[in-house]
Design a protein around this ligand. Structure first.
Ligand code: AMP
Ligand code: MN
Ligand code: MN
Length: 323
């Protein structure tokens, strides 16, 4: 494994800042949460204050992670010099209303692996070849810090989440080598997998039943989609984060190239999640105002729910008309 040091963290923070703020994206996933907590756990013994922010609640399945209670969902800058790390976040819109306030801090370090990253930082460390932000954080942290069990656990959650437990095509030899180093620190993959993927409340499975009932295809059966709205969530006492991963049921059908999940909120916003087997879906998401990776991307659209669905299906259909 190449032993590069992509960012000299110790010299970056050495004595120059009173406060360190770590931010990650709304609707946080394991990579967002794990990367942020790995960094927070590493930096917390320094002489700066360290705070962690996410504009949404952290799903309860991550509550076993060390430091998860540090997360705050609203941000006000403190008096004094502030350094912000923004992790796993392709653009500042993904920080909701925290985005503008972040820009007022003294330095912004943007660490990410999205190909659509808008490079909004003073320092931009973007590696689209990394399977997760956790992988980049491992490279940074292992250079200067002792990777104890707590930090290793956070990194493992980040890395295993964004690779679908090491099965997506973004998984590389480097991903596996980093995972091996983390296992040497005492991480138990079975325990982590159980915590994140195998402890659903029954309400999530009933929600899945309704989501599957909405499954539809285009005429070619290359595109499949499911739709859920806030009313359905309320019916099951479920939260939006319970929908994570549902899109894979559409994508995993044999004939399907692109699976799409539509989540319609009460205020006429539709959150769209894309998963693809072979075509580049990030470009479609980006053209609709969102972003992501070639095989996993998303966007949020406003408007009449049915019109949004038509527009998105049309955009995806275009992918198969080219060439
Ligand atoms: P999801 O379907 O929500 O799991 O998202 C899949 C990928 O698309 C993740 O890498 C997200 O970071 C990205 N993504 C989802 N929604 C958006 C959005 N509104 N803007 C930019 N990127 C997004
Ligand atoms: Mn993420
Ligand atoms: Mn990620």
């Amino acid at each position: 494994m190449r032993d590069s040091n992509p960012l000299n963290l110790r010299s970056l923070i050495a004595g120059n800042y009173d406060h360190i703020y770590i931010f990650t994206h709304l609707r946080p996933d394991g990579d967002a949460i794990g990367s942020s907590l790995a960094l927070a756990n590493a930096l917390k013994t320094g002489c700066n204050t360290v705070e962690v922010f996410c504009p949404d609640v952290i799903p309860s399945r991550y509550s076993f992670l060390p430091g998860v209670d540090l997360f705050q969902d609203s941000f006000t800058a403190r008096e004094g010099k502030g350094l912000a790390f923004i992790l796993d976040c392709s653009d500042l819109r993904r920080l909701n209303n925290m985005g503008d306030k972040v820009l007022q801090l003294d330095k912004i370090v943007n660490i990410d692996h999205h190909i659509t990253n808008e490079k909004f930082g003073d320092v931009n460390l973007i590696d689209a070849s990394a399977a997760s932000t956790g992988e980049i954080m491992y490279q940074i942290l292992q250079h200067d810090y002792e990777l104890n069990y707590e930090i290793s656990l956070c990194l493992y959650v980040a890395i295993s989440s964004d690779t679908g437990s090491f099965k997506y095509e973004n998984t590389t030899p480097q991903t596996m080598e980093i995972a091996a180093r983390l296992l040497e620190k005492g991480i138990n993959p079975s325990y982590v997998s159980q915590k994140i993927f195998d402890e659903y409340p029954a309400s999530t499975v009933f929600l899945l039943r309704d989501a599957l009932a909405s499954l539809q295809f285009d005429a070619t059966e290359k595109i499949a989609w499911m739709v859920v709205n806030d009313e359905t969530l309320r019916k099951h006492g479920a939260e939006a984060s319970d929908l994570d991963g549902f899109v894979n049921y559409a994508k995993n059908i044999k004939s399907v190239e692109v699976g799409i999940f539509f989540y319609q909120t009460d205020n006429k916003e539709t959150k769209v999640g894309f998963r693809s087997k072979t075509v580049d879906i990030a470009s479609v998401a980006y053209s609709l105002g969102g972003g992501g990776h070639p095989r996993a991307a998303g966007c949020t659209l406003r408007g009449e729910p049915e019109e949004v669905i038509d527009k998105v299906i049309q955009s995806v259909t275009q992918l198969f008309c080219k060439g």
